[in-house]
Design a protein around this ligand. Sequence first.
Ligand SMILES: [Mg+2]
Length: 212
Amino acid sequence: MTRQARPGETIVWRSVDREKRSVQTALPWNVVRHDEHSIVLFMRPGTVWKVRTGRYGGPRDRMLLEWDGAYAERIWTATNVLMFHRFGDAHSLWLARDDATSRLAWWYVNLEEPWHETAIGFDSRDNLLDRWSGPDGEWHWKDEDELAWAIAQGWVGPEREAELRKEGERALERFRRRDPPLDDDWLGYRPDPSWTIPTLPSGWPDYEPRAD
Ligand SMILES: [Mg+2]
């Protein structure tokens, strides 16, 4: 994707493992806005996305220990989500609203590698640690146990924790300043009614090496 995507267009966001050259998760989104600095995406309940299957373990059995080469379908429920990413940042922000009432459900900071373009959208890599806030506006760290476990296993270097927490702080500073593209009435956002729920195109599991 070497051009700016049009509103309503489908793009695929994936978390990929560069060492193993494999796709970890894939979600289809509608493009809301895309310029050279940032992108805003939209997802609604009923969206089908993919996760890897295999042997899980670690905290709450949430870590994939051994991938069996296949994927399971997951269906997004209950909330609609706007995702905001400024290119180059090591996080994205998610705004979830209850799909039935349009009330704010939660905000989320997903710590992840800066995105880069692929033929079907963007690839990143989830960095385990996250932050979230409910309607009361209080922020919490999330999945600290997963990061601690990954460090104990040697999957993640111990120096990464301080870096990730710093990025989490930076994300909240941006959020509180409402840096673009957050400087809009996103709580009142309504998608174009003609949009349909996007689906993953064939080829979504194909690993795409980075050009740069
Ligand atoms: Mg995450």
